[in-house]
Design a protein around this ligand. Structure first.
Ligand code: SF4
Length: 243
């Protein structure tokens, strides 16, 4: 049996329209998803609503958004888990990214940072077209939910962020031909590993059990070990500094 749920959907278009929430009443079954509801709003109530989605099975990360203030993949977030019959659902875009329109954010800053730390979405451009040249960071689906949940990202847009730092840790642990010296430098910076406040919010929302906070702590341990080695004139940091 279908429930009546009021979706309160964030609306904004590049700042042209003051941001506000539009209410939509949707008939939806409890075992349908938040993305089903949003698609129904777009199909039957408001064709101007913009949102991203692709795979519908938690593989692509593109439908990530905030549902009742918590980062979720809307394609696998069931109505019965986030509201009740006659209840309300507040739907917002991810935080800490520029808003493009309504629920769509520009995730390119995160992709640029992934590139900087040796984990580009496309690992090799030559020759294009071979499936083995398209390689993601292990479990990470680049959804951006950890970046949205991170309280430190709210205070500084210079912070490298959990997804990129987790990727840096993986690259350093397993370089696969990447020269990691610049990645060490990026990681060993006040806006990088040392800015993390260990809030662990990133790991709470990660849909892939990526444990970005754990990766940041692993990176810290490596850097501390390298500093100790540097005291004795050994290690990567010492070699970089001509030690
Ligand atoms: S680490 Fe997890 S939350 Fe962060 S971008 Fe990757 S999959 Fe998403």
């Amino acid at each position: 049996m279908a429930w009546q749920v009021q979706f309160r959907v964030f609306r904004s278009s590049r700042g042209e329209v003051p941001a506000h929430f539009d209410p939509f009443t949707v008939e939806i079954k409890p075992d349908e998803t938040v993305l089903d509801g949003i698609e129904r709003i777009w199909a039957f109530q408001d064709r101007t609503l913009t949102f991203r989605h692709a795979c519908h099975h938690a593989s692509c990360g593109s439908c990530a958004m905030r549902v009742n203030g918590v980062e979720k993949l809307s394609c696998v977030t069931y109505i019965q888990d986030v509201t009740s019959d006659g209840g309300t659902l507040v739907v917002e875009p991810l935080r800490n990214f520029p808003i493009v329109s309504d629920l769509v954010v520009d995730v390119s800053p995160m992709f640029h940072r992934m590139h900087e730390v040796g984990m580009p979405i496309i690992r090799s451009a030559e020759p294009l077209g071979k499936p083995e040249n398209f390689n993601c960071f292990e479990n990470c689906i680049e959804c951006g939910m950890c970046v949205s949940a991170c309280p430190v990202m709210l205070t500084s847009n210079q912070y490298l962020g959990p997804a990129a730092l987790a990727a840096a840790q993986r690259t350093i642990a397993e370089p696969r031909g990447v020269d990691v010296r610049s990645i060490w430098q990026l990681a060993d910076d006040e806006n990088s590993v040392w800015r993390c406040h260990t809030a662990f919010e990133c790991g709470e929302v990660c849909p892939s059990n990526g444990d970005p906070a754990g990766a940041i702590m692993a990176l810290r341990r490596r850097l501390i070990l390298e500093r100790i080695k540097s005291l004795f004139g050994r290690g990567i940091l010492a070699r970089q500094r001509g030690g």
